[in-house]
Write a protein of this length. Structure first.
Lengths: 235, 235
């Protein structure tokens, strides 16, 4: 089988810097982790917060620290650094090849969508962003990596998209339509959610928005591991 | 314009772990850096070395440290950690949006190919791997980011490929053919070099091999930043 991960990001209209940070890092015992944080507010201040959080987490994951402990550490570090005055949402999505499981770590009120083939469920139990309180705990879910699995995580740019114009984006419904229609790639799912959101906001994203999609596909004979980045540059 | 980066990796036939490590990280002042290291020998020992080196470099880059200083620090850290007994090759490829330049840092005897449109040149001045001596310096080249630029870096799996069967892979020639034939994507170039190398070695890669390709393309209106990973999983 093959694990395919796609990340698509836009920044808030007319800002220089996205307040979201997403990085992907190899796990020292096999597999990869995606770490996504959204810093409170927008612009440079938010970017500082989200990159502080993501750097803390990837450095711990690279040392072999388990995901839940890394999320707790990032929360305590942000709380200590900014005295509980600044929050960030944090998601970790780890394909752990030591246990052949997917570990989903949430400190983000936005739900996580999990589909097995076309059957979607939603992780939406209450959980808090990090940085505001001592002892904030993540919500952690562990599921087997098996063919047909799709997982979607996103920042609040998706949950807020279109609310301004009275047409809230229903990510669950979008994903359901795409899965019913065929075999979309991870990139197609991520782009559709993102492009639908800015469209609702009339081409000017109202917020920094990031979408991460992971799919497990049946490819058997590929031996090449691939990674790509497409980075638009404004003149 | 848009910067497109593709990484393709295979591991040596019948080993569990690649001794190469490649990570991509966002630069704190804008842009991205690719960090590629190849640890001496193969298997777990080599993996330890290459991930030690890459982690050191990405943590410094994330702090805003310039590329050359990060490479020197990684060399000194490896020298200190292993008493000069273990070496690694190291390449950094940074699209620096603060200066709109591409910064190429080499501690790798393998050359770097640079093409402007179809005109290829080769960075092959003498430079040493890191970790064996105090004070090892990288070779650094800085060029303007402009449409039509292609840069290819690779580990010695490419330079050694096919030597066993008397058909050494000529990466320069391969790239020239691809650029003359049309507009290959970064991914197509990386895959061609990699697939050609394992083919020469009869489908059983004789070494861990990694290829990184960066292209600057003329797209103007894309606002979505994208990142993908395809990770083959053996049962």
């Amino acid at each position: 089988m093959e694990i395919k991960i796609a990340v698509s990001k836009v920044k808030k209209y007319a800002t220089r810097t996205s307040g979201d940070t997403v990085e992907i890092i190899e796990r020292p015992n096999g597999g990869v982790s995606v770490v996504m944080a959204d810093g409170q507010s927008s612009g440079r201040g938010a970017k500082w917060v989200s990159s502080f959080v993501v750097r803390k987490v990837i450095s711990l994951l690279a040392d072999g620290v388990r995901d839940g402990a890394a999320a707790r550490a990032a929360s305590d570090a942000l709380f200590t650094e900014r005295n509980g005055r600044v929050s960030a949402t944090l998601n970790l999505l780890s394909a752990d090849l030591q246990t052949n499981t997917l570990v989903i770590t949430r400190n983000n009120p936005a739900p996580v969508l999990i589909a097995q083939d076309e059957e979607i469920s939603c992780l939406d139990e209450d959980c808090k962003p990090i940085g505001l309180y001592r002892g904030t705990r993540p919500s952690i879910t562990q599921i087997d990596l098996s063919v047909g699995l799709t997982v979607v995580i996103y920042t609040d740019g998706i949950t807020h998209a279109g609310k301004r114009v009275g047409q809230p984006l229903d990510a669950f419904e979008c994903l359901q339509v795409m899965l019913n229609d065929g075999e979309p790639t991870a990139q197609e799912i991520a782009d559709s959610l993102l492009e639908y959101a800015p469209t609702l906001d009339q081409g000017r994203p109202a917020d920094d928005t990031s979408v991460v999609v992971l799919r497990v596909t049946p490819e058997e004979n590929n031996i090449i591991r691939r990674m790509t980045i497409d980075l638009p540059v404004r003149p």
